[in-house]
Design a protein around this ligand. Structure first.
Ligand SMILES: Nc1ncnc2c1ncn2[C@@H]1O[C@H](COP(=O)(O)OP(=O)(O)OP(=O)(O)O)[C@@H](O)[C@H]1O
Ligand SMILES: [Mg+2]
Length: 278
């Protein structure tokens, strides 16, 4: 099966005499997959995202999206397939009302009017912003702006959605809600998803994690593989989810897990099983 995104020996720098910000990055990403990218500030995560939709072009190597090589000639074909939401929602609004803003992306993608009306309602409801259709985006709170920006990308439903710290302004519950909604839409419409985040709880359910460090891919694996390597994450200054750390502590006290727990539920189940075996 063809990969949906492929990076082939990609290197990138912002200035021709500046430092390389990405160094020989190789990875592939399949359709319908959820890939999470983590790594500390400045490790190159947002640069990867911007290269995928052609906002930036690499000096070395090739990037393929749905089999199309990203270049100045193909950038519009690529953007047709890739929707992106950034951390700062203020730079993403184009409409004077929430309704116009969500409709704008759909208009650009030539979505028929009847579908637009339906999707507008659905998407705003999905992010908990129904009733805000006539509000002006710049009068919303940071978190509400992020919700509207996410509604905009859900309404278009491109084949790939990239969320680059797109929920940082939401409180933990709001974040969890929105992520669940996005996952539902992703499954229903068979979309691919890339999330970039510093919130490690948010990625325990991802299919795969890329750990970036200083412009390189440091590790790649399932959340369980990645978070089992506490020492290695620590080496590059990354933390692990609380549950992983707690499980590691419990292990040093002699508890033996069959499988490293990743969520609170898994940890409780594991403890319950241990308890009923003794
Ligand atoms: N417009 C730019 N011009 C010059 N250098 C840049 C620019 N944007 C980013 N960089 C540099 O490129 C490197 C990678 O930045 P990038 O934004 O990809 O990191 P990141 O992993 O997304 O970080 P964060 O977690 O802080 O968002 C950093 O060293 C950064 O300073
Ligand atoms: Mg970033």
């Amino acid at each position: 099966m063809a990969h949906f995104v492929e990076f082939r020996d990609v290197s990138f720098r912002y200035q021709s005499d500046g430092p390389w910000v990405l160094k020989n990055v190789n990875f592939t990403f399949n359709s319908n997959e959820w890939l999470a990218i983590i790594g500390h500030n400045g490790s190159g995560k947002s640069t990867v995202a911007k290269l995928i939709n052609g906002l930036l072009l690499p000096q070395e190597g090739d990037i393929l999206v749905d089999g199309i090589k990203v270049s100045p000639e193909t950038v519009w074909d690529v953007r047709e397939r890739v929707g992106m939401v950034f951390q700062n929602p203020d730079n993403q609004f184009v409409g004077t009302t929430v309704r116009d803003d969500v409709a704008f992306g759909m208009e650009n993608h030539g979505i028929p009017r009847e579908v637009m009306v339906e999707r507008l309602g659905e998407s705003l409801e999905a992010v908990g912003m129904e009733g805000y259709e006539t509000h002006e985006p710049h009068h919303l709170s940071g978190g509400q702006k992020q919700r509207v920006a996410i509604a905009g990308v859900l309404a278009v439903s491109p084949q790939l959605i990239i969320l680059d710290e797109a929920t940082v302004m939401l409180d933990p519950l709001g974040r969890k809600d929105i992520m669940e909604t996005i996952r539902e839409v992703q499954r229903e419409r068979n979309l691919s998803l890339i999330t970039i985040t510093h919130d490690l709880r948010e990625v325990t359910e991802a299919g795969r994690i890329l750990v970036m460090n200083e412009g390189e891919i440091y590790k790649e694996g399932t959340p369980r593989d990645i978070f089992a390597q506490l020492g290695e994450l620590h080496t590059i200054g990354l933390d692990a989810p609380f549950i992983t750390k707690l499980a590691a502590e419990l292990k040093t006290l002699g508890l033996d897990f069959h499988q490293e727990p990743l969520t609170q539920e898994e940890l409780l189940n594991a403890l319950w099983t241990l308890n009923s075996n003794t």
